[in-house]
Write a protein that binds this ligand. Structure first.
Ligand SMILES: [Zn+2]
Length: 267
């Protein structure tokens, strides 16, 4: 797919504006269809989108694309990154789902917001968990994953026990209740790598040639390199429950959490 290049960008950058990284609360955007592919499944690239393509343990968004000219709607079942672009995968044609929009069509792209917002709360809760476990126990993360409303993190944490897990839940909920702001920044590589403990994962997952690093800071608790979407303040998460604890070996331990109390209204 063609790229935009320029002096500010030492590397090729995608043509489509990717709003999920700069404004997690953007639910819809008007855009033009830049490219359409029909094989193996119908998919489109837009000149602007609010869809998150998945990554860092956070699933991709689902949603709809509505054409301005005739109001025809397509269900977007998922999104993914391909060559830097966010590709929207459409439900197969049939029933109410027509084949695909055309290149140049003006459309509105809209995400399934209740699901995304739940993922934002879940992702932020996992960062608070990660921050507490690092600050108080010095344990590094070895993996993680989430669904809307629940998630798990694996730690290199030899002395973790069932009792400690209760203590961790109490500490995480205290941090959530402390109404900490969550800040997103994009920093030049050198500035980002000067931050102690920025790369909390056991293996540094950042590509070696990267020019800028996006960071998520939970004010006063945690800062990490991260590509996901988060709420603006920990109060929006509510509280969590630890629903499981598993030993995955002598050193590797897994903690499962769920958001308690269902939906919280967004700010
Ligand atoms: Zn994350």
């Amino acid at each position: 797919m063609p790229r935009r290049t320029g002096p500010r960008y030492p590397f090729e950058v995608p043509r489509g504006l990717q709003l999920c990284y700069s404004d997690a609360y953007a639910r819809s955007v008007e855009a033009r269809v830049l490219a359409v592919e029909l094989e193996p499944a119908a998919s489109v690239v837009l000149d602007a989108t609010v869809f998150y393509p998945g990554g860092g343990g956070q699933p991709a968004d689902a949603g709809t694309i509505i054409r301005a000219a005739d109001g025809i709607a397509w269900r977007v079942r998922s999104a993914r990154k391909a060559d830097g672009e966010i590709v929207h995968e459409l439900e197969p044609a049939g029933g109410a789902n027509p084949a695909a929009p055309h290149e140049g069509d003006l459309i509105t792209a809209e995400i399934d917001w209740p699901r995304r917002h739940l993922l934002m709360r879940t992702h932020t809760a996992l960062h608070v968990l990660c921050g507490v476990v690092w600050r108080d126990y010095g344990a590094q993360v070895t993996g993680g994953n989430m669904e809307p409303g629940s998630g798990r993190m694996d730690f290199e944490f030899e002395r973790m026990s069932g009792e400690l897990v209760g203590e961790i839940q109490t500490k995480v909920n205290a941090e959530l209740a402390a109404e900490r702001d969550v800040r997103v920044k994009v920093l030049p590589r050198d500035e980002a790598f000067a931050i102690p403990d920025l790369i909390r994962t056991k293996v540094n997952l950042l590509p070696p040639g990267i020019a800028e690093v996006r960071t998520i800071e939970i004010a006063g608790l945690d800062i990490q390199a991260d590509g996901g979407t988060h709420v603006a303040n920990t109060r929006e998460v509510g509280s969590i429950q630890v629903t499981g604890y598993e030993s995955k070996g002598r050193i590797n331990k897994r903690i499962r959490i769920e958001l308690a109390g269902g939906e919280v209204a967004s700010a």
